[in-house]
Design a protein around this ligand. Structure first.
Ligand SMILES: [Zn+2]
Length: 118
């Protein structure tokens, strides 16, 4: 088995695990796993476990949650967001902001390098 095949298998395993959670929407799972639509359709074709999980989700066979829960990106707690809050508290919102900063800077530098900017 090539390294790439192994990588894909792990990705499918993690994806199936996340799809089992009624807390997460399919689009949230794809976001978390960084999986594109085309890639996911391919998984559905090749992985019967993921296909059957999607079937269960469509039929509402997964245990439901009363309120729409979301996972705080900073501390990982599940909470019910109000308005468009991404994090469970102001403290977590700050942590999340700081965490996202180096990434944004790195992306910016990479873009500059690609276009040959200084
Ligand atoms: Zn939090």
């Amino acid at each position: 088995m090539s390294e790439r095949d192994q990588q894909e298998k792990l990705e499918e395993q993690a994806c199936a695990l996340l799809l089992r959670s009624p807390h997460l929407s399919v689009s949230q799972v794809l976001d978390l796993m960084d999986i594109g639509d085309a890639e996911f359709r391919e998984m559905l074709r090749s992985n019967p476990r993921i296909a059957s999980l999607m079937e269960q989700r469509r039929e509402g066979a997964l245990p439901s949650v009363e309120s729409k829960m979301t996972e705080c990106p900073a501390c990982g707690e599940w909470f019910v967001p109000y308005a468009s809050a991404r994090c469970c508290s102001d403290t977590c919102a700050k942590i999340d902001q700081i965490r996202n900063m180096p990434n944004a800077a790195r992306r910016f530098r990479m873009r500059n390098r690609q276009t040959g900017g200084s």
